[in-house]
Ligand binder design. Structure first.
Ligand SMILES: [Zn+2]
Length: 200
């Protein structure tokens, strides 16, 4: 069922619609520091792992820059498509990581073929969920609010099962939950740019 979702172009288009709404809200809220107008300053990304034919806009990580000289603060809205600095789409990082739990080597090999993934990438994702994600200030606060506590070793499946609905609804809820993890700092910083980006 997870694999079907990963190949579902309509589902991915829906995530783009959510991201457009989040971007419109961020722009309407104006600069958080000085109240200035926000100009478009999207990052060019090369997202991996999605279905074919998603279009050019899908590679755009929506982001804005304050237009006021001397401020220029960047405002990057949450995204349901991109997760932090991962080059693979958030859907892939989340669902494949959930599938990895308790899987057999044969199944893992099949998954690797599906998304063009190698084992080192999968191992990095596992470590991201168990340390980078868990140690982030956002996750520390968000996870502390969950009762009973989420099983760290079973992330992200243990988080996915906390949300209601079918697989699609739960994944969307989880991607929204993870939204605060994706953001930028200043307009000068290009850490999310395709050239400077580490392949996580
Ligand atoms: Zn400003």
């Amino acid at each position: 069922m997870y694999q079907a979702l990963l190949a579902d172009a309509k589902f991915h288009e829906q995530l783009l619609v959510f991201d457009r709404d989040l971007a419109a809200s961020a722009r309407a809220a104006r600069c958080g520091l000085c109240g200035g107008a926000l100009h478009r300053g999207s990052y060019a990304r090369k997202p991996r792992g999605g279905p074919a034919g998603l279009g050019r806009e899908y590679a755009e990580r929506f982001s804005f820059c304050c237009a006021v000289d001397g401020c220029r603060k960047r405002a990057t809205p949450p995204s349901l498509r991109f997760l932090g600095r991962h080059v693979y789409l958030a859907t892939v990082v989340t669902l494949i990581s959930a599938l990895m739990l308790g899987t057999t080597p044969a199944r893992l090999a099949r998954l690797s073929v599906i998304a063009g993934l190698d084992r080192r990438t999968l191992a990095r994702w596992r470590s991201w969920w168990r340390s980078t994600f868990t140690d982030s200030p956002f996750a520390a606060v968000a996870m502390a609010a969950l009762v009973p506590p989420v099983d760290i070793a079973s992330l992200p499946a243990s988080l996915l099962e906390r949300f209601a609905g079918d697989v699609t609804e739960r994944l969307i809820a989880l991607l929204r939950f993870l939204g605060p993890l994706s953001g930028g700092s200043s307009c000068e910083e290009r850490a999310f740019g395709t050239t400077a980006m580490r392949a996580l």
